[in-house]
Design a protein around this ligand. Structure first.
Ligand code: AMP
Ligand code: MG
Length: 351
């Protein structure tokens, strides 16, 4: 927080528009529908694959060598986190916890313990709409191809019985995690990129970078000011029509994280099945197309974007309206935009 002494976290300005998206040369476009406008003087950018996504990091510093060194450290941090938390890597701490499910608790480092603890808090806050143990069900859906069969109901029911955040037992004194049921699995697909974005930004700040952006596959965290000494300008495009901007934001020390049904999905018999699953049914949720959360913490934004996607318009917005410092932009399957109360009060709609 060193850098933010003179700049408090803020959402300075938001306006809803039905205007064309900015020209390609004005923007940096990630995989998703979030656009980062000008980065200004003394800014350098680098793009790399990590955590199954494309990361794009921007750093502002008068000395380019300092900016580049800081970005290297940020990428090293992201890779370290991935190696630690990935449920796909057998040598990760998460892999060890999953292998011991139903058998014994596993001692883990403070970072995985903390992340799991915070994830379980979000589960309690959302009555289980967010659940890291959804991983057992995720493995039987295949969202990597355009077309795939819907899983067999008997297998789905069997895996669904393993989804239960209340059966994740943490021991603070022993620093252990125990998944009580054999076959249970935990995974951090809905929160890990936010965690990594927070850490990458912290590492860059420690390395002396005064302003920057970590774009973790469309999950953005902006800190400090851009190369012109101005707040970062970010636009959100309509997920089904990238030529239409739905919000322009001016931000500093804020995360803008989107969960969408367009990231990983397949179509079967004309029905879209996407990668965000309702733990109660084991099936993809279908009320929304995208949920964007804006708040000062990328990890919380990541977890809550997925949560609100599962909770739906009414419950999701009522949760965000109860939380201080969180804003939300929801787009339903008919393309209609729904805003959290704070945004609804401050935006102008232009049709
Ligand atoms: P995100 O893009 O952050 O919304 O995360 C989506 C990913 O989180 C999916 O690809 C799954 O790996 C995982 N996931 C799906 N549904 C849930 C859920 N209800 N709770 C927690 N994680 C989920
Ligand atoms: Mg998420």
């Amino acid at each position: 927080m060193k850098l933010s002494r003179h700049v408090t976290p803020m959402l300075l300005f938001a306006v809803l528009l039905s205007l064309p998206a900015p020209a390609q040369n004005e923007i940096q476009q990630a995989q998703s529908s979030v656009f980062l406008h000008r980065t200004g003087k003394h800014s350098v950018k680098s793009v790399r694959s990590a955590m199954g996504s494309v990361f794009e990091i921007t750093a502002v510093h008068e000395d380019e060598a300092v900016a580049r060194a800081a970005m290297e450290q940020a990428y090293a941090e992201i890779e370290r986190i991935e190696a630690l938390i990935s449920s796909w890597r057998p040598d990760s701490q998460t892999g060890a916890v999953n292998r011991a499910a139903g058998d014994h608790p596993v001692q883990v480092g403070p970072e995985l313990f903390g992340l799991t603890h915070r994830a379980l808090k979000i589960s309690r806050l959302t009555n289980g709409a967010f659940d890291i143990t959804i991983d057992a069900v995720i493995r039987i859906w295949d969202f990597s191809k355009g077309e795939s069969p819907v899983p067999d109901p008997a297998i789905l029911a069997e895996k669904r019985a393993l989804v239960d955040y209340k059966s994740v037992q943490l021991s603070q004194t022993e620093q252990t995690i125990f998944l009580k049921k054999p076959g249970m699995r935990m995974g951090f697909g809905a929160i890990g990129k936010g965690f990594a974005a927070n850490r990458a930004a912290a590492v860059m700040r420690e390395a002396g970078v005064r302003g920057g952006v970590v774009n973790a596959g469309g999950d953005l965290f902006v800190f400090g000011l851009d190369g012109e000494g101005q707040p970062w300008r970010v636009s959100i495009a309509h997920p089904r029509d990238k030529s239409r901007r739905i919000a322009d934001l001016e931000l500093t020390d804020q995360a803008v994280v989107t969960s969408g049904d367009y990231e990983r999905f397949f179509i079967h018999d004309g029905v879209r099945y996407s990668h965000i699953i309702d733990p109660r049914t084991g099936f993809p949720v279908r009320e929304l197309t995208s949920v964007t959360i804006i708040c000062p913490d990328a990890e919380a934004a990541d977890a809550l974007a997925t949560s609100v996607f599962v909770l739906g318009i009414s419950e999701g917005l009522s949760l965000i309206n109860r939380l201080k410092g969180f804003s939300a932009i929801l787009i339903d399957v008919d393309g209609k935009v729904h805003l959290s109360q704070d945004l609804a009060e401050r935006v102008k709609e232009v049709h």
